[in-house]
Design a protein around this ligand. Sequence first.
Ligand code: UDX
Ligand code: ADP
Length: 464
Amino acid sequence: MKIKNICCIGAGYVGGPTMAVIAQKCPEVNVTVVDINEQRISAWNDKDVENIPIYEPGLSEIVREARGRNLFFSTDVDSAIDQADMIFISVNTPTKTYGIGKGMAADLKYIELCARQIARVAKDDKIVVEKSTLPVRTAQALKNILDHTGNGVNFQILSNPEFLAEGTAIDDLLYPDRVLIGGDIDSDEGKEAVNALVDVYAHWVEKDHILTTNVWSSELSKLTANAFLAQRVSSINAMSELCEKTGADVNEVAKAVGMDTRIGSKFLKSSVGFGGSCFQKDILNLVYISKSMGLNEVADYWEQVIIMNDHQKRRFAANMVRTLFNTVSGKKIALLGWAFKKDTNDTRESAAIYVADYLLNEQAEIVVYDPKVKTEQIYADLDYLNTRSSEENRKRVTVVNSPYEASRDSHAVAVLTEWDEFLKLDWQKIHESMLKPAFLFDGRRLLDRKTKEDIGFEFYAVGS
Ligand code: UDX
Ligand code: ADP
C-alpha cells in the first residue's frame, strides 16, 4: 500500500516541523496540515517564511522549499481528512485542569474530538497515526470511537511517538536515533498499515533505525524515554545543591560521571530546572497511570523527579532573594531568557515563569528580555498561573527588546535560558548600568565566572 495523501491535524510544534520534513523528503506525497486555529494557519501561509508561527532553526527554509508544492496548510479539516489515506493526530494533550486526574492525567478531549471528526467524515479506509504524546492505551480509546461511530470503514491505528526536541527539531527529524512505529502487528491489516508508514520514513531513514512494535510498547516507550531524560536532569540538579554546600563543582562532577561510557555525557547539564511541554506532562501521566493501577511505589518513584524539579526552580529564586539581603521588594530584577530552552519560542512549563512568579510574590519589579518570545506570551504565561490579576502582572512586569535595557538600573540580572547571544553581551557595559553591588545569577551555567567576577559582579551559578 502506497501513501499518496497525508493529513495532519494540529499545526503546532510537533505537527508543523514533522510534516514539513515528510513533505520535503517525500515529494510524491501530498501533505496537508490542518488546524482549527485560523491565525496559526495564516501565519504558516505567510508570504514571508520568516513569519511562520514556530521558531525552529532550519524550518523556514524547508517550508519555503515544499510549501505550495506538496505541503499545504489549511483550516478545512473535513476535506483534508476526506482526501487522506493516512491521518496524523498531532493536537495538544495538556494536563487536565479539572475533574478526576486534575493536575496529573492528560486531557484527551482534543484527541477525542479529532477521532469523532474523522469518524464522521471518513468514507474510505484510513490509517490513523497518533503523534501527540499520549498516555498508554489511548490508541484503544481512539479505536473504540472510530469503530463505533464510523461509516462502516476500517481504521488502523498506529502509534508513532515523536522524539524530536525543540530547538533541534529539524536535525532530530532528519537524523533520528530511531523511528518508532507501533501497530497491530498480529494482524495482516495491521502489518500492512505499519509497513505503509515505514515506507514513508524509509525515504530518508535507514531501515534498521525504524523499529516496529505493538501499540502499547510504542506508547510506553515514549513516556519512558522522557521520564529517563528528565530523571537525569533532576539527578544532576539534586547534586548541584550538594555541590553548592560542599565546595564541589557540578560541571566537574558531571564531566567525571559522564565519561563513564555506561552513563554517558548527555543530559547532565545542571539548570534552574527543566521545562517544556513534555517532561512534566509525561511523568505526571506515568504517575497517574501507575497510581490508577495500584502501583504506588512506582508512582512515588517517578513523582520524585517532578518534586526535585519544582524544588530546583524555587531554590533558585529563594537564593536570589536571600542574596539580595533578604528582600527584593521594589527592586528591579532583570530576567534574561523566558523560553524553556534556547532556539525555541516555546515557553510551556519554562522555569522562568516560576522564578518570575516567586519574585513577584516577594514584590520585585521584573523586566524580561527574550530574543524570540513575544510580549503577550509572557503575560499569558503569568496570567495562567492565576497568582495575581492580569492587570497586576502587566503593572509589575515589563518586557523589553534589549538585554541592556533590561539590566539598566537593576539590582540583579538572572540568566534563565541559555541563548548563545547572552555569551556575547558586553557584560562590562551591563555592570556599569546596574545598581551596586551588581548581582548576576546564572541559572544555566552559561557564563564564565572569572571574567564576570573580574568585572565586579557578585556572581552565583547553579551548582558551585
Ligand atoms: C523532550 C525530549 O528530549 C524529546 O525527545 C521529546 O520528544 C519531547 O521532550 P524538549 O522538551 O523539546 O524534548 O527539550 P529537551 O531538550 O529534552 O529539554 C527539556 C528541558 O530540560 C529543557 O528545559 C532543558 O533546558 C532542560 N535540560 C535538558 C537541562 O536542564 N539539562 C540538560 O542537561 C538537558
Ligand atoms: P504540540 O507541541 O504537541 O505540537 P501545540 O499546542 O503546539 O502542541 O499544537 C497543537 C495544535 O493542535 C494547536 O495549534 C491546536 O489549535 C490544534 N488543535 C487542537 N485540537 C484540534 C482539532 N480538533 N482540530 C484541528 N486542530 C486542533
